[in-house]
Design a protein around this ligand. Sequence first.
Ligand SMILES: [Fe+2]
Length: 418
Amino acid sequence: MVENLHRWLVIRLILVWLVLSFAIGGVVHYLGNIRLDNHVVAMAKSETANYKQAVIEYLQAPSEEALARLNRNVAVHIDHDNLIAVEFYDANSVKITEAVAASARDIEEKLPKHGNEFSDKSGVVCTKMDVNSETYLRVFVPLTDKNGTKIGYLEGIYHAPGDSIAQIKLQTLWALVLVVLAVLATSVVLYPLIIRLNSRLVDYSRTLTLTNIGMLKVLGSAIAKRDSDTNEHNYRVTLYAVNIGENLGLTRSAMQGLIKGSFLHDLGKIAISDAILHKPGKLTEEEFTLMKSHVRHGEDIIQGDDWLKDARDVVFCHHEKFDGNGYPAGIGGGAIPLNARIFAVADVFDALTSKRPYKEPFSFEVAVGILRESSGNHFDPEIVTLFLEHAKRLYGEICHGEENDLHGRLEGYISKYF
Ligand SMILES: [Fe+2]
């Protein structure tokens, strides 16, 4: 159980770590790419500033001298800057001049070509392109006079410097590594906390279960006192029923219902008057009808408690008979809940082999004979057959057991199934 919890928690924390790492890492990677793009665009725009002054002077006052100044300016920068190609246009998209860095002529030819689709743009436009694992930007910069009137534009190809890009990519990679490690560290820190919290929860749950079981014993004892019976009867019928249930291979949850139901089977007798419950002689028909109502009273009492709901099968149906002649519903065969069929055998066997105010205990052989005779009419024959396979041993262990011994055996089953 504990090992399962550790494995369960480790698997889920690893899943949480992976999911969060991918989710947050994805966001970091996305933001890193945006940062990289913005950085490259900013660098490209800043390099176009080298030419602005000269080209605007030419556009405002075109002359051979102004064009020569512009060309000299271009010649100074084109082979040293990252802006590896530039073209200058006037307001009518007529090319004024152009230049390509000597080292970039091959690359410039490989870059996607375009028309004058940017010529009517009023703001800077940058288009990213990747060629031979290198990043290039096509930059469009509108040129305006002092009044803000567009007088021409500049187009350039910017080759993003590999070291700057590598540095930003490295920063993004480190951010990713930190995210993954931070999520991992959080998961590792959470592990003992969750284990500790779970352990406390299990302790509280165990305390609550023991409290409920204590209540079960108190109620069982109260019914026994009311019925002039003893705790031993409750212990014995529960032990017989649990043994049958185990041999039938009942689930843990069914065993819990069987134990609770066995303890509380006659709970409804609390609602039966003393005159009927303690009447020394035979009950009249009317009195017997009232006595039979104890199963309905029992059902009423437990149905308000969620923890006791699974005792209902035994409490309500323990007087049903396999041939349908029992009460309260007169159901038969497999329609009677399995726990009730099990308990009926246990209850009657104990009644037969116990001393009562009105009778001495029957011998084991007589009791077994009565069970056999009633198999198929009162009892489920399969359960009788199964019980009789172990009856001699159970009779020896349980029938004459002291209260402490019976209580001890029952505690073992309670620890096992609750
Ligand atoms: Fe009963």
